[in-house]
Design a protein around this ligand. Structure first.
Ligand SMILES: *Cc1c(COP(=O)(O)O)cnc(C)c1O
Length: 822
């Protein structure tokens, strides 16, 4: 395994001693903390004991990291995120601490295979997709680059649903990651805060009639209890805290009700609390719009802000120094209510007047925008907001008055522009705009790729940008190379080390040195060997999970991500159908074997996305069983895409599908993971693909389709998809086949509407981009035919994408936003 090889070989005797010590500690732990003898321990018991033994070693560093920050008075970063898509932690922590080999050997002494128990660890899916995974990569990178940081989120009992495919349809099942307990976390009963909802606001006036203070008396109150997970940075340099809140009742049982015989009613409070943090909303890039969601947002924001204020006041006399000592980062608008909560504490609890409170708040918050999709921009009906959070509503009105006064005083804004800036949407139903709230309160507003940041300035935030022209900045996303190269692809990591030494483990920029090996045929052969082994592993997974047999020498073409119309899985499926047609009508041609893999979850309420999953499976069934295809094309929809599945699929990819409608994918991070693992990208000029092209060079990526600007122009110019379809025989045939029921003989009309939508409006420009995409795919075939050329391109991808490390992203946040050393 990575890293450990060097540190271990430095001192084999010490390593041997450590292995024996760990082996003994595991038995101790089994006995005294799990309560089992080795002879009766289950595999889960071994997993729990292994994690706890390593966790003990983490704790010393954790306490040390915390104390150091306290003693030096370091500024702290607080990262508030509704989602953390963590995945498994065992390999991550063992590897970052340099204990992977030792633990493997220690367990082997007891006859336990580490890879088997590692596979039992639940995949913590407290997030939907990219946004949550970014938060997880950031936590790891903040620890690795030595920034004192706390992540704050929600400890959902049920994370993202488990997906099964029944008869081609997605079926959602509850996910139970806490079933066997969570050996990583520490419950902090003592660190609990009250969070209220509803009720009314009264004002207290002084004797001379001046307004002194507002007092909010909520009618509902809950406890937020902290659960802490240590986050270990690379080489164990620093250990930070991920603090997730769980809701508990203030009165676990209403004894009066119980004694009066109302046994169910007596548990009312308990059930209400439990419901608050029970489930993650399973929608991605879509605003939930439900009361429970707003409650979740406020619950975790309020607990986090109280915790931040408490920590500050334990060290400093008052909150006026908060901006120098803390940056509170809002990962999207989900925690934007934290702005009003900090204002409330500053004014109503700590007695500051509005101006002082607003000044402190505006110098403390920073905000990242993640999407321009209108359906994803959060806003809440004023009546709902007022009922749940009456005091916060008043504060938001006060902030709005302040902002609108500033706008009007410039004299540069029309009424329409003023309306766009207002925190309250006034046409029709009045709504609170969370994006505008986050924007006006934050000293920094960043986008997540260069293109997305430009579009933010031109579209959603155009008027706010004019009012605060220095506020918007770009921080292109990144991924942690520990998880997305070293842990998921040990074969490639070892190969790179053999070629260029191991400096890249600590300084990912050193990957560039691999460029010199791109044309080296011996190196190419070894690179191909690693890819082949990774593909065989994926073939094994697909055989186990789906009973489908695949040929590892075929081109592995992979599109894995949430299922969403803008991500255009449909474009890929239609191309598969067109290719299927071609293979059958031109059997004489020298077709290259290809497997098209899909994976991803659809929001349970997203009809078209679920239908697209069914279509992928219908198309797979027909193509995979048609003997005239002679195995040249296979389609596989891999169920239950999550972080652990990604860790197997990405290292096995030859081709990475990043084909969103230009202008709609804010960044993407899947694109970065694939390139780092030596896959070529076929993609549009969208999100971070633009920057990936700059890094790898345009000769090492396959770009096709409309640009964001061309998409906008086509839309403005009255796009006629029907004419486009009529003009493309391949596309027309494929669409007719799908909509006439060739792939759904049991229900020939199943796809009529879905395909009809392409003829009618085609919001996502599938038809407009189809021919360019199909041509690009045939270009990919040509490249694949020339194996040395392909391998050189793949190696250059790995060599040139070190810039997309989340360490780089986090250093930029640290220097340019948070102003902390990194
Ligand atoms: C990286 C990742 C994503 C984000 O993928 P995109 O292609 O950027 O949308 C989503 N889900 C999981 C499990 C991931 O690992």
């Amino acid at each position: 395994m990575t890293l450990t090889r060097s540190s271990a070989s430095a001192n084999p005797a010490a390593k041997k001693a450590d292995v024996l010590k760990l082996a003994a500690e595991i038995i101790e732990c089994l006995k005294y903390r799990v309560g089992k003898e080795p002879s009766v321990a289950t595999r889960h018991d071994w997993l729990t004991a292994s994690i706890k033994v390593v966790r003990d070693r983490v704790v010393d560093r954790w306490i040390e990291s915390t104390r150091r920050a306290y003693e030096r008075g370091d500024k702290r970063v607080y990262y508030l995120s509704m989602e953390f898509l963590i995945g498994r932690l065992m390999r991550d922590a063992f590897s970052n601490l340099g204990l992977m080999d030792q633990m493997r050997e220690a367990l082997a002494i007891h006859g336990v295979e580490i890879d088997i128990i590692a596979g039992l660890e639940p995949d913590a899916a407290l997030g939907n997709g990219g946004l949550g995974r970014l938060a997880a990569c950031f936590m790891e990178s903040m620890a690795s680059v030595d920034i004192p940081a706390h992540g704050y989120g929600i400890r959902y009992v049920h994370g993202l649903f488990r997906q099964e495919i029944h008869d081609g349809w997605q079926v959602e099942l509850p996910e139970t990651w806490l079933e066997h307990g969570n050996p990583w976390e520490f419950e902090r009963r003592e660190g609990a805060y009250e969070v209220g909802f509803g009720g009314s606001v009264t004002s207290v006036t002084s004797k001379d009639g001046r307004l002194e203070r507002h007092v909010w008396k909520p009618t509902e109150r809950f406890l937020a209890v902290a659960f802490d997970t240590p986050v270990v940075g690379w080489r164990g340099k620093r250990v930070n805290t991920l603090r997730l809140w769980s809701a508990m009742p203030i009165d676990p049982i209403l004894l009066d009700a119980f004694n009066a015989g109302d046994h169910i009613g007596a548990l009312r409070e308990s059930n209400k609390a439990e419901a608050l943090t029970r489930v993650l909303y399973p929608a991605d890039s879509h605003q939930a719009g439900q009361e429970l969601r707003l409650r979740q947002e406020y619950f975790f924001s309020a607990a986090s802000i109280q915790d931040i204020v408490r920590r500050h006041l334990s060290q400093y006399p008052d909150l006026t120094s908060l901006p120098e000592k803390a940056s509170i980062h809002l990962n999207d608008t989900h925690p934007a209510i934290a702005v009003a909560e900090l204002m409330r504490l500053l004014m109503d609890v700590h007695g500051h007047d509005f101006d002082v409170a607003w000044d402190i708040t505006c110098r403390t918050f920073a905000y990242t925008n993640h999407t321009l999709l209108p359906e994803a921009l959060e806003s809440w009906p004023v009546p709902l907001f007022e009922r749940l959070l009456p005091r916060h509503m008043q504060i938001i009105y006060a902030i709005n008055a302040e902002v609108l006064l500033k706008v009007r005083s410039t004299g540069d804004f029309s009424d329409e522009q003023v309306r766009a800036i207002s925190l309250i949407h006034e046409d029709g139903e009045r709504r609170v705009r969370m994006g505008n709230l986050a924007f006006v309160a934050a000293f920094s507003v960043n986008g997540v790729s260069a293109l997305h940041t430009d579009l933010m300035k031109e579209t959603v935030f155009a008027d706010l940008h004019r009012l605060y022209p220095a506020r918007i900045n770009n921080k292109t996303n990144g991924i942690t190379p520990r998880r997305w190269l070293m842990q998921c692809n040990p074969g490639l990591t070892d190969l790179i080390r053999d070629a260029i030494g191991e400096r890249f483990l600590d300084d990912i920029d050193a990957l560039k040195e691999l460029d010199a090996f791109a044309g080296d045929s011996a190196f190419q052969e070894r690179f191909a060997g690693v890819k082949r082994a990774n593909k065989e592993k994926l073939v094994g997974l697909v055989a186990d999970r789906m009973g489908l047999r695949l040929d590892p020498s075929a081109l592995f073409d992979i599109q894995i991500k949430r299922i969403h119309e803008y991500k255009r899985q449909l474009l890929n499926i239609i191309e598969a159908v067109a290719l299927y047609d071609q293979i059958r009508s031109h059997p004489e041609k020298d077709w290259l074997p290809r497997v098209k893999f899909f994976g991803g979850k659809a929001a349970p309420s997203y009809h078209n996305a679920k239908l697209i999953i069914k279509l992928a499976n219908d198309v797979a069934r027909v193509i995979n069983s048609d003997p005239s295809v002679r195995g040249l094309l296979k389609v596989a929809f891999v169920p239950n895409y999550n972080v652990s599945t990604a860790e197997v699929m990405i290292p096995a990819a030859d081709l990475s599908e990043q084909i969103s409608t230009a202008g709609l994918e804010a960044s993407g991070t899947g694109n970065m993971k694939f390139a780092l693992n030596g896959a070529l990208t076929i993609g549009t000029l969208d999100g971070a693909n633009v920057e990936i092209r700059e890094c790898v060079g345009e000769e090492n990526i396959v770009i096709f389709g409309l640009t964001a600007q061309e998409v906008a122009e086509r839309r403005a110019g009255g796009y006629q998809p029907r004419a486009v379809i009529e003009g493309s025989p391949e596309l027309r045939q494929a669409l007719e086949a799908i909509s006439s029921g060739v792939f759904s003989p049991d229900d020939p009309d199943r796809y009529k509407e879905l395909i009809g939508g392409l003829y009618d409006h085609d919001w996502f420009m599938v038809a407009a981009d189809f021919d360019a995409y199909a041509d690009a795919q045939r270009h990919v075939d040509e490249l694949w035919r020339d194996s040395p050329r392909w391998l050189a391109m793949a190696i250059r991808n790995t060599a040139r994408v070190g810039w997309f490390s989340s360490d780089r992203t986090i250093r930029q946040y640290a220097r340019e936003i948070w102003k902390v050393p990194a």
